[in-house]
Design a protein around this ligand. Structure first.
Ligand code: HMG
Ligand code: MG
Length: 316
């Protein structure tokens, strides 16, 4: 067998734990711990990581230290450190902090856009036009998010055509990739195939990513559906942390450990070491007021505990 035929197909995992994961935490996590968390994730092999967000700190107090996170962050070569930005003010703060990759975010439903960013979808896109101009001049790369791609906690089910419209608008602004967010984690593989069946008629799969919250336990199944449809870019959060303060009933994101375990066993290459990823979760968990919910994280921890017990028994 040739080396080429042995090469495993690559999948990009975007780690969102330091932002989507921590934005909803009640406990005050020290900035220095956030920085160690990001660096441990990068050491585990993560190559695109959403580090923090430059939003209104009165709305999301957990992200108020965004500039300090960036100031303290060691930058490893080959890693894209992305910051979530809602408006020009956020962009300017991100730039002043030395950030060169941003993620813009809006929604496919008006109810969620209003609750989350206090704007209509069109107002958000109009604001992004100014950011896009500045970003092009500054050489800043832009990712995009469309939330509530299957359903909205305020407006109910979302029409795929509406997702298509907003996704196209973000790509037209110059986003290199748009991540489709199941914000409240209700979608099933049938929904994923239905949505992608429409989007992929008009858009290349390499410009789309999937961002699943795992509220109803369907995230891993939805990833498989996305892979079947040709997508190779998925967001996930270490330990399954996450949730959005403006999406009632949404739980954590798909856990990065669950995603990497799945992809490893399906024969894909993520460049991420599962054991090191679990250890990265251990960097942040002492600062939270609950255990990390991710299944694979917990399974690896139990395995480690059993091995340690066995080693102690053998040594005695
Ligand atoms: P606003 O508060 O609604 O209204 O902001 P405003 O524009 O009138 O501003 C009010 C105050 O905020 C003013 O200050 C502004 O200067 C300040 P004041 O005069 O009261 O002293 N302000 C800012 N300060 C710092 N940074 C900024 C900024 N902008 C305004 N960037 C805004 C509108 C969009 C900023 C606000 O609604 C907001 O911050 N929303 C963020 C909500 C959020 O972070 N949600 C979670 C992330 S999205 C998510 O989780 C979904 C995702 O994961 C995908 C998925 O799962 O679907 C991405
Ligand atoms: Mg999210």
């Amino acid at each position: 067998m040739s080396a080429a035929s042995e090469a495993r197909p690559q999948v990009l995992v975007t780690e969102v734990g330091p932002r989507d994961g921590l934005q909803n935490e009640k406990a005050a996590v020290p900035t220095e711990a956030k920085v160690r968390f990001v660096d441990a994730l990068v050491a585990a092999g993560v190559r695109q990581i959403e580090t923090t967000s430059f939003v209104n700190p009165k709305r999301v107090p957990a992200m108020a230290d965004a500039a300090d996170v960036f100031a303290l962050l060691p930058r490893r070569p080959g890693v894209r450190y992305v910051a979530l930005v809602p408006n020009l003010k956020g962009y300017e703060r991100a730039r002043a902090a030395g950030c060169d990759a941003i993620a813009l975010f809006t929604a496919a439903s008006e109810g969620f856009a209003r609750a989350n960013i206090n704007m209509t979808i069109e107002q958000s896109l109009a604001g992004f036009r100014d950011i896009a101009k500045a970003a092009a001049a500054d050489g800043v790369s832009m990712r995009g998010y469309v939330s509530t791609v299957f359903a909205c906690p305020y407006d109910g089910p979302t029409a795929p055509d509406q997702v298509l419209k907003v996704t196209e608008a973000l790509l037209d602004l110059g986003c290199y990739e748009v991540s489709l967010g199941d914000t409240i984690g209700v979608g099933t593989p049938t929904d994923t195939h239905r949505l992608l069946g429409i989007l992929l008629r008009y858009l290349p799969s390499r410009m789309l990513a999937l961002h699943f919250h795992d509220t109803w336990g369907m995230a891993v199944a939805n990833v498989v559906a996305g892979l079947e449809d040709g997508l190779r870019s998925f967001d996930a959060s270490a330990g399954g942390l996450g949730g959005c303060p403006y999406a009632p009933s949404a739980s954590g994101n798909l856990a990065t450990e669950d995603l990497v375990y799945l992809l490893d066993h399906l024969g894909y290459d993520t460049g991420i070491d599962l054991d090191a990823l679990v250890s990265a979760g251990d960097v942040i968990s002492p600062f939270l007021d609950h255990p990390l919910p991710g299944r694979v994280h917990q399974a690896v921890q139990s395995q480690r505990a059993r091995r340690a017990q066995l080693a102690a028994t053998e040594a005695s």
